[in-house]
Design a protein around this ligand. Structure first.
Ligand code: DLL
Length: 427
């Protein structure tokens, strides 16, 4: 099918591009980045040693610790005069991750983001309201670059500022909403509160940056009157948003395998998992100049989706991001992922999509509380019975006891960035 930004590549063509990019990346990193020269030498590798794609498995891993060691410009592989931009992650845990970009890196990123607008079915007549942070965070810059390069009209509002958001939504008739999943929910609830649904022209949502549940998505799709919405993935280390996008077939996320190689590895053994199994995403960039990535361990968990997609895009797919290996919390010796809690809550139609896990320690013992919200006011009534049923279901799924608190709709905190689901008060 006629994509302007997404190339249609056969498996052989893709493999040839990957090999060329891998060779270039390893040579570039070896020659120009002292951190990589050390790493590659330690493995007994020299430039020119990569001869086939199978040689990827001989390359050393790069981790978040490598980024921290090289702070503030980790892995830098170009002279400073070629660096035109930096971006950084929010840095809520530990040091901020700061990555450098050359002009070519910025251009690759804008192309990658334009592909996302293309796959989402946008046209140059679309008006995209960009409601994410501009600044150090990659989100605003990424959507902006991609939208303009694609040729649609960018409405760069930024996050929060609900009065301005609804004004631009209605006055300028935005047709595409670009935001985090949390901001999409916040906007949807605001639109409902103000009774503005009939005045919106929104058709599509491109939302991501954090995990979301089907329930959360159903709610903002319904309240905003979206015809369709698309999960967008990305990370600061690999340019920013737009490393992949869910397509209209909604059967996984197409990722740009001509720009980076994705391996799904067992986080313990660091060997490939069986096809279709869940593992850690490990990425190797193929044309990133300023901060190349060789087998970067993202900590994100997903699986590959096999086969061809009915949407006609030849780029391979991974499942949505199911969580992060460092999201795991340990309660009384039991491993718990927030996503598991979300999944259990999804089975209760009486509840909204929102939840918060609070961990405390009393006299050396861990306690887990899970606060949830009723989906609508008129569902109030038998909260103790509902709390008991949810608690029982959580215990069955997690093998941990949780004290469940049922709150009023909208009582849990809303955010326009990424929602923090776990409050660990044990330290
Ligand atoms: O969150 C980039 C981004 C902005 C992506 C806007 C999409 C939209 P970081 O702040 O570096 O970059 O965080 C990257 O966020 O490793 C995942 O753990 C998580 N993440 C990103 N997108 C999704 C998603 C941006 N669609 C980290 N679903 C990643 C689940 C996501 N998790």
């Amino acid at each position: 099918m006629g994509h302007r930004f997404i190339p249609h590549l056969s498996a052989d063509e893709l493999a040839a591009r990957q090999l060329e990019g891998l060779k270039w990346t390893v040579n570039h990193a070896f020659e120009n980045s002292p951190a990589y020269t050390r790493k590659l030498r330690d493995m007994g590798l020299r430039p020119g040693d990569v001869k086939s794609l199978d040689d990827l498995s001989r390359l050393p891993f790069t981790s978040v610790e490598d980024l921290r060691e090289g702070y503030p410009l980790p892995l830098l592989a170009v002279p400073e005069e070629q660096v035109v931009r930096i971006h950084g992650s929010s840095g809520t845990t530990g040091k901020r991750k700061v990555m450098a970009y050359t002009q070519k890196d910025v251009d690759t990123w804008k192309h990658m983001m334009a592909r996302c607008f293309e796959i989402a079915g946008c046209t140059p007549l679309d008006r995209a309201q960009i409601c994410v942070g501009y600044g150090l965070w990659t989100a605003g810059a990424g959507f902006q670059l991609g939208c303009e390069h694609f040729g649609a009209m960018a409405l760069p509002v930024g996050p929060g500022m609900l009065d301005i958001q609804v004004q631009i939504l209605t006055d300028l008739g935005a047709t595409v909403l670009c935001s985090t999943a949390s901001m999409a929910l916040l906007m949807a609830e605001e639109v409902e509160k103000r009774g503005l649904q009939d005045r919106l022209k929104l058709k599509r949502g491109i939302f991501g940056a954090e995990p979301h549940t089907p329930k959360m998505r159903e709610r903002f799709e319904a309240l905003l009157g979206l015809e369709d919405s698309f999960d967008i993935v990305g990370m600061t280390e690999l340019y920013g948003p737009g490393t992949g996008l869910e397509c209209p077939a909604h059967d996984g996320v197409h990722y740009w395998a001509d720009l980076y190689i994705l391996e799904i590895l067992d986080p313990e053994t660091l060997r490939p998992v069986a096809p279709g199994e869940i593992g850690e995403m490990v990425v190797t960039s193929l044309c990133k100049e300023a901060s190349p990535l060789i087998r970067y361990r993202t900590r994100d968990l997903t699986r590959l989706v096999e086969g061809e997609c009915s949407c006609g895009c030849s780029m391979p797919r991974h499942d949505k991001i199911l969580g992060r290996s460092d999201d795991m919390i340990i309660v009384r010796g039991v491993n718990v992922y927030p996503g598991q809690v979300a999944e259990v809550l999804g089975r209760f139609p009486e509840l909204s999509s929102e939840y918060q896990i609070v961990l405390t320690r009393v006299e050396g013992k861990d306690y887990m509380a899970v606060n949830v919200e009723r989906g609508a006011k008129d569902l109030s009534g038998n909260d103790p019975a509902l709390a008991a049923a949810v608690s029982q279901a959580l215990h069955k799924a997690l093998l941990v006891s949780a004290k469940v608190g049922v709150l009023d709709p909208g009582e849990l905190p809303r955010t326009f960035a990424k929602t923090r689901r776990v409050l660990d008060e044990r330290q």
